[in-house]
Write a protein that binds this ligand. Structure first.
Ligand SMILES: Cc1ncc(COP(=O)(O)O)c(C=O)c1O
Length: 444
């Protein structure tokens, strides 16, 4: 390590990092620049970013067009308030572009700065909606164990990963967790003849009945669980979930913060199962991480319910940066790039190549499962293939070894996640497999 990099690391201690532990942040990679799928450290190390940042840099690093879109907008007008009585052109144009883009009938967008705010907005909107419908008792949110929905207080307690709660209790009232349909390791109860999808959907209905449908506002789910370990649900799950939500008058919130904008091989992931949410949350790839932007789209029915609010029922919700002009201008340009370069098709094709490649690593005695949908994949490390015992320590070791081979993944419990930029080439996909294989060989 160069003296200059040591100095940077020393100075870096003046900031507190996300999900921080001093031990895990002891020697961070100091990244100086990026190009395509590649990151370069101040020490001159070249790293293949197998995670596209944090599942978000879909268009890859160093895109002139996006830099120019930000520059041009900032020069004209970087920001104006979007609070009542004012609006701006980029947010109008992006909301117009997004109307019906993800799902038919979701034509109204509320902008945020990221995914946690999008989910908080969805919870508050669900409560608002039911109050307007004359059912103020419907306030609870049912979420899944293993889910990650972000880090604001409400999103933290919607998240179904205990480690995110442990130091921030007491838990917020109104969040209930049920098992998610993990085809590799289902932790709910299977009844005779049931598929995992049916069992997990039954858990939703049972939770609704247990809590009382008149107390439940919404169900939230990631179509493909990300931070929980890249869990791809069985095909029968979401259609059953949709039917149960309809039957009991529960709003279905799709958290597509990772899966949106082409990542899984469709523009939005519930399309794989022909299902439509009532509220859609997005962030990350809407700007490919070039600007801080997220949002929530609501169904026409929710919009109409809001339109008819009485004078004392205003939607008192919004962020300073809702509809940020520069961020929306970048989002518009990014959407143009994603359409031009046909990202869903790329994710489908290159995702298959990545998954097939990663599956060749299943011959290692510690690779328990290899799974994915489009360009989001997970490799689960186990200490025993028969018992499927997750091996978190070994996964961390392989992650570190891969980094030495110039490959960045993300260890999520015992699963190594891969979610590279959708601009990745075939050769670069093969590099991921080659470098991970080399790292595993070294462990072996
Ligand atoms: C599925 C999902 N929802 C919400 C979030 C939170 O988004 P943000 O970090 O932009 O607040 C994330 C972040 O990784 C996520 O993966």
């Amino acid at each position: 390590m160069t003296d200059q990099t040591k100095t940077w690391i020393e100075k870096d201690k003046k900031q507190l990092h996300p999900t921080y532990h001093p031990k895990s942040h002891a020697n961070p990679l100091v990244i100086e620049r990026g190009e395509g799928v590649w990151l370069y450290t101040t020490d001159g190390q070249k790293i293949l970013d197998g995670m596209a940042g944090l599942w978000n840099v879909n268009a890859g690093y160093g895109r002139e067009e996006l830099a120019k879109a930000a520059y041009d907008q900032m020069k004209v007008m970087s920001f104006t308030s979007n609070f009542s009585g004012m609006t701006n052109l980029p947010s109008i144009q992006l909301a117009d572009k997004l109307a019906g883009f993800a799902y038919e009938g979701l034509n109204t967008t509320f902008f945020t700065s990221g995914g946690s705010e999008a989910n908080d907005s969805a919870f508050k909107t669900a409560r608002y909606y039911w109050k307007r419908k004359g059912k103020p008792g419907k306030y609870k949110v049912i979420a899944r164990k293993g889910a990650y929905h972000g880090i604001t207080l409400a999103a933290t307690f919607a998240t179904g990963l205990e480690k995110y709660h442990a130091m921030f209790g007491p838990a917020m009232d109104g969040f209930v967790h049920i098992p998610a349909p993990n085809p590799y390791r289902y932790d709910g109860q299977l009844k005779d003849g049931e598929t995992i999808g049916q069992a997990a959907a039954r858990e939703l209905e049972e939770a609704i009945l247990r809590e009382g449908a008149d107390t439940v506002a919404a169900f939230i789910a990631e179509p493909v669980m990300g931070v929980g370990g890249v869990i791809v649900p069985p095909a029968d799950y979401f259609p059953l979930v949709r039917a149960i939500c309809d039957k009991h008058e529960i709003l279905f919130i799709a958290d597509e913060v990772i899966t949106g904008f082409g990542r899984t091989g469709e523009w939005f992931a519930l399309k794989h199962w022909n299902v439509k949410p009532d509220i859609l949350c997005f962030a990350k790839a809407v700007t490919s991480g070039y600007a801080q932007l997220g949002g929530m789209q609501i169904s026409d029915e929710i919009r109409e319910t809001m339109e008819s609010a009485a004078d004392n029922e205003a939607y008192m919700h919004g962020y300073t940066y809702s509809g940020h002009a520069m961020a929306c201008a970048v989002g518009l340009k990014n959407l143009e790039i994603m359409e031009r370069e046909n990202y869903p098709a790329r994710a489908k094709e290159l995702g298959k190549r990545l998954l097939d490649g990663l599956k060749t690593l299943a011959e290692f005695p510690f690779v328990g499962d290899v799974r994915g949908l489009g360009l989001v994949c997970g490799v689960e490390i186990v200490s025993n293939k028969e018992s499927k015992t997750p091996d978190v320590a070994l996964a961390a070791k392989i992650f570190k070894a891969a980094e030495k081979h110039g490959l960045r993944s993300r260890p999520l419990g015992a699963t190594l996640a891969f979610s590279p930029p959708l601009s990745i080439t075939e050769d670069e996909v093969d590099e991921i497999v080659k470098r991970l294989g080399a790292a595993m060989d070294g462990i072996g």
